[in-house]
Design a protein around this ligand. Structure first.
Ligand code: DP6
Length: 336
């Protein structure tokens, strides 16, 4: 009987967004990005070698085939891993998310990170990070393998605050931990404005970024914003980081809305919420700021010290539609 392995990887929320690629097939981003790995919102994936000849993938109880477009990334990633690692043998994979899939909570980040780790564990027959490292699979190498499945997944291979640097060529990219979770206990509450699958997937939307007249000016300004964000995180300066998060998210959405074809992820309820969050902050009711990924749900970020005030405010306004989380330590791997 082949051993069975389980990987758990949390989603991550980008403070500085990966938006636009210099090269799609090589997953070379247009700019550096910077994120916080979450703790509770995660994908759990189990993998075991099978004798069938092709991979079998069960997502939340449903057996999926290669022709299912929603999970094309999964099968593509398994093929990519087998080729890159020169391993043979098909896998049985079972996976689930503990949050709505495809609704802008970066399910591809946690999903592809967990898939990569579980598949590697099954092929290498180990759940030991040191053994993997000795066999050439350092944490950074694993992050790069995950990035090939979905760019943001690379950052979920590390816990805490993570930097993905674009470098001067696809080969010079790096994914590295900036500070561990203990450095600064920031929280993220995701307010759900739609849990249905988003209309335009991020991979397709990345390709449109270059058509926006705002995209090149954005790229020119990002190094300075990244430095300011890094300083703010290093010094744990919430009053400095918060406004940067909002500017960054709004700029990415401005690029998306001014691209050809134009797209809008935010619905009316989400847009109204942004105004309400700001107004309540200005009235001194909480200290939270927002950021947004490619979807209609809003990530409300705040320091742990203000946790009670922010959560009470959110829960009273949006009972039942808020997922509370915070910075996490990174993925886990175990033999079942
Ligand atoms: C808005 O990682 O989903 O969440 O590499 O094509 O799979 P692919 O894209 P993906 O893009 C994520 C974009 C984002 C911002 C971010 O996480 O940095």
């Amino acid at each position: 009987m082949n051993a069975h392995f389980e990987a758990k990887a949390a989603s991550n929320i980008a403070f500085l967004k990966y938006w636009g690629k210099r090269d799609g097939p090589q997953q070379w981003p247009a700019n550096d990005s910077f994120s916080m790995t979450l703790n509770a919102l995660c994908s759990t994936t189990r993998a075991q070698r099978n004798q069938v000849g092709d991979h079998r993938f069960i997502f939340e109880g449903q057996l999926l085939t290669r022709s299912d477009k929603r999970f094309a990334k999964t099968f593509r990633q398994l093929d990519h891993l087998a080729e890159a690692l020169e391993v043979q043998g098909a896998l049985d994979i079972e996976s689930e998310n503990n949050f709505p899939t495809g609704a802008g909570i970066a399910s591809s980040a946690s999903g592809l990170a967990a898939l990569t780790l579980a598949a590697v564990a099954a092929w290498y027959d180990t759940d030991c990070w040191d053994t993997l490292r000795e066999r050439g699979l350092s944490r950074e190498r694993l992050a790069h393998l995950a990035r090939m499945g979905s760019g943001s997944a690379g950052r979920s291979v590390f816990g805490g605050y993570v930097l993905w640097k674009a470098g001067d060529s696809p080969e010079q990219q790096s994914i590295e931990p900036f500070y561990p979770a203990e450095h600064w206990s920031l929280c993220d509450s995701v307010v759900l404005f739609s849990t249905s699958e988003k209309g335009l997937g991020s991979t397709e939307a990345h390709a449109h970024a270059w058509t926006s007249p705002l995209f090149r000016p954005r790229l020119a300004g990002l190094p300075e914003r990244l430095n300011s964000m890094k300083d703010a995180v290093r010094e744990r300066q919430w009053d400095r980081l918060g406004p940067l998060l909002e500017t960054e998210a709004l700029e990415m959405h401005a690029v998306i809305m001014t691209a050809t074809p134009s797209h809008q992820y935010l619905n009316t309820a989400a847009l109204d919420f942004l105004g309400e969050l700001r107004a309540a902050r200005l009235r001194g009711e909480h200290s939270a700021y927002f950021t947004i990924d490619a979807g209609p749900n809003i990530h409300v970020i705040y320091p742990n010290e203000d946790r009670e005030r922010v959560r009470n405010w959110l829960n009273s306004k949006y009972p039942g539609s808020v997922l509370h989380d915070g910075v996490g330590a990174g993925p886990s791997l175990r033999r079942l």
